[in-house]
Structure formats: structure tokens, C-alpha cells
Write a protein that binds this ligand. Structure first.
Ligand code: TYD
Length: 234
């Protein structure tokens, strides 16, 4: 399914540096000359890229004890977040010819709910098509860091419900990302290096993958997203 805009996704385990790279790309892309002169850049995330999604994010990540969703409910809530996000933010932006960078997309559901929770990968695939209407990223960058390094980076942070699932769960998620990267033609970025080197690698990959006609500088729009500290949104 083609659209006039371009859709870039960043994937990876918690602590891989997605949010930092997203912010660096948000600053660079509008000035890169890659985007058409009249295109805006929309930076967003899952879960939580819409007003409804912010509520779903809280249900997904902050509910403990009796309010904790069972794995199937968790899967369906991520799908609901994605359906709203695609319909309200991503698809309209792409149809306008804007560019979208998204912190996590369908790959995260396959990695966390599929490989991590052990839910049926065929159901997850079907649900992915239902929630996205078949929309796929033009380019997925997989920021690859070993689990031990990602845990070290998150050491002093408060874990959300998924991050706190424990080593075996996160091990399965890590293996899932590797498997998915091969199946889905993601581009692997070695994210164990210094931040500036990772940013340069991401830029080089985007330049190679998404050559377009743009030449002028643009100002970016950024959607409300708690994990990227962004400012405006739906
Ligand atoms: P994220 O916002 O990237 O985490 P952070 O707050 O560290 O920036 O993602 C929130 C959590 O949601 C993360 O642990 C991964 C999880 N997740 C899933 O389990 N399935 C999904 O489909 C998505 C999009 C995220």
C-alpha cells in the first residue's frame, strides 16, 4: 500500500536508545534535504500516540494487581492503540505527503506479545493487518543492543510493567527482535556504540533507503508522546 509520505519506524528492546535517536532524527530530517519542500515531519510513538492512546498506555503500563491485563487483553489493547494511531495520526499524515517517524510499531507487538508472552504469532499477524489496514513502514531501523547493556542503561530508572517482567521474558523478546529483523527485512543498527555514531549510522541508512525530491528546510511537528518528551499532538 503506497502513500505520498514516508514512514520510518524505530524498534528495539527497552534501553536501546530509540527515544534519543528519535529526537536526533527529528532535528535532522527536516534539514536533510531528503523531504519534499512542502512536507512536515511527524514524530510519534506507540503506545500513546493519540489522546485515546495515552489512556491505553496507562492501562497497559501502569496497572498492577487485579487490574493487570492478561496477555490476550494486553495484545488487544496494543492493537486498539495502533488502530487509533494509524487512523488518526499516521495514515492522515502520510496521505498529506508528510513524513512520520514512529517509536515502535507492529514489530514490538510480535516481539513482546508474540515471542515474549508466547501468544500465537499467526493471530498477532492477523491482528496487525486489522489494526493497520495493511499499512507498513517504508523503513524499520532495529537498534540492536545486548540485553545486559540495555539493563545497565535502565539501571537507575523506574521500570514500567513490561520492563519489570524479568530476565527470561526480556531474553525471549531480544531473541524475537533478532528473528523478526531477519524475517521482515529490518535494517540493523549496532546501538552499542556512542550516541553520535548511532545517529550517524541511522542518518546514512535513511539517506540510502529514502532518496526523494526534497531540497528545502522544513520545521517539524511533533505529537504528544510521554516517552519522547514531545510537545504538540492530536
Ligand atoms: P516505550 O514507550 O518504548 O518504553 P519507554 O517508556 O521505556 O520509552 O514502550 C513501552 C513498553 O511497551 C515497552 O516496554 C514495550 C511495550 N510494548 C509492547 O509490549 N507491545 C507493543 O506492541 C508496544 C508498541 C510496546
Amino acid at each position: 500500500m503506497t502513500t505520498p509520505g514516508r514512514f520510518i519506524v524505530l524498534e528495539g528492546i527497552d534501553g536501546c536508545g530509540k527515544t534519543t535517536q528519535l529526537q536526533a532524527l527529528h532535528r535532522w530530517l527536516p534539514t536533510s534535504g531528503l523531504m519534499p519542500p512542502d512536507a512536515q515531519l511527524v514524530t510519534t510513538c506507540e503506545p500513546g500516540g493519540t489522546v485515546l492512546g495515552l489512556d491505553l498506555r496507562e492501562l497497559l503500563l501502569e496497572r498492577h494487581g487485579a487490574a493487570r491485563p492478561v496477555p490476550m487483553a494486553e495484545l488487544l489493547l496494543y492493537a486498539a492503540d495502533r488502530a487509533q494511531h494509524v487512523a488518526k495520526v499516521i495514515r492522515p499524515a502520510l496521505d498529506r505527503g508528510d513524513w512520520v517517524i514512529c517509536d515502535r510499531f507492529t514489530g514490538s507487538t510480535a516481539a513482546y506479545q508474540g515471542y515474549g508472552r508466547g501468544l500465537n504469532l499467526c493471530w498477532i499477524h492477523d491482528l496487525e493487518i486489522i489494526a493497520t489496514g495493511g499499512l507498513q513502514a517504508d523503513l524499520t531501523l532495529w537498534l540492536d543492543v545486548p540485553l545486559a547493556e540495555s539493563c545497565r542503561r535502565r539501571d537507575d530508572q523506574l521500570n514500567d510493567r513490561i520492563e519489570g517482567e524479568g530476565a527470561e521474558f526480556l531474553d525471549r523478546v531480544e531473541d524475537g527482535f533478532l528473528e523478526l529483523a531477519m524475517q521482515r527485512d529490518w535494517v540493523r543498527v549496532n546501538a552499542e556504540r556512542p550516541v553520535a555514531d548511532v545517529t550517524k549510522a541511522c542518518r546514512d541508512i535513511i539517506c540510502t533507503a529514502l532518496e526523494t525530491c526534497g531540497t528545502q528546510q522544513q520545521s517539524g511537528a511533533i505529537t504528544r508522546c510521554p516517552s519522547s518528551g514531545s510537545s504538540t499532538g492530536p
